[in-house]
Design a protein around this ligand. Structure first.
Ligand code: PRP
Length: 171
């Protein structure tokens, strides 16, 4: 498989992202990250390790009704967050924004929970695939429309454990 982003490139970028997130919030206020499972687990783990002790975290899991019906925008919640988001600075942490449908759904439902602020951090963005306009406040890398795996991203549930991001070979 061809490497698109090396482990070093990813780690360097995450440290930069963590620094810019930290700068954007008053130092005495907490930052509550909501990681989106499953793909976002590895980005979340590295991002929080690059942040200060004021960070707290929770996880949410969503599922689209199969990739083929994704354009309908049907997203289902599989696991909700555990703690209330009310009055907190919330950042949604995703591995990738593709059509933007998942993120739009997440932003809408989490915004309705009364957070003090809500932003989004995505490691990867494929703007050419977007079907809805969605705001991503922190983007790690903008990439072309290629099928990428690794660093949380799967193909048939495999390759999530790679520490780099690779392009899946044409079948
Ligand atoms: C991926 C990714 C995002 C979503 C992005 O999740 O983690 O949640 O797709 O696509 P979109 O912008 O077109 O909505 P996936 O459904 O593959 O689940 P997973 O994270 O469990 O692998």
């Amino acid at each position: 498989m061809e490497t698109l982003l090396t482990t070093e490139q990813i780690q360097t970028r995450i440290v930069e992202m963590a620094a810019s997130i930290e700068q954007d919030y008053p130092p005495e206020e907490g930052i509550h990250l909501v990681g989106v499972l499953k793909g976002g687990f590895m980005f979340m783990a590295d991002l929080v390790r690059a942040m200060s002790p004021r960070v707290t975290m929770d996880f949410i899991a969503v599922s689209s009704y199969g990739k083929r019906t994704k354009s309908t925008g049907e997203v289902r919640m599989v696991k909700d967050v555990d703690a209330s988001l009310e009055g907190r600075h919330v950042i949604i942490v995703e591995d990738i924004v593709d059509t933007g449908l998942t993120l739009t759904y997440l932003q809408d439902i989490l915004r309705a929970r009364g957070p003090k602020s809500i932003k989004t951090a995505c490691l990867l963005s494929k703007p050419s695939r977007r079907v809805v306009n969605v705001t991503v406040d922190y983007v790690g890398f903008t990439i072309e429309d290629r099928f990428v795996v690794g660093y949380g991203l799967d193909y048939a549930e495999k390759y999530r454990n790679l520490s780099h991001i690779a392009v899946l070979d044409e079948e």
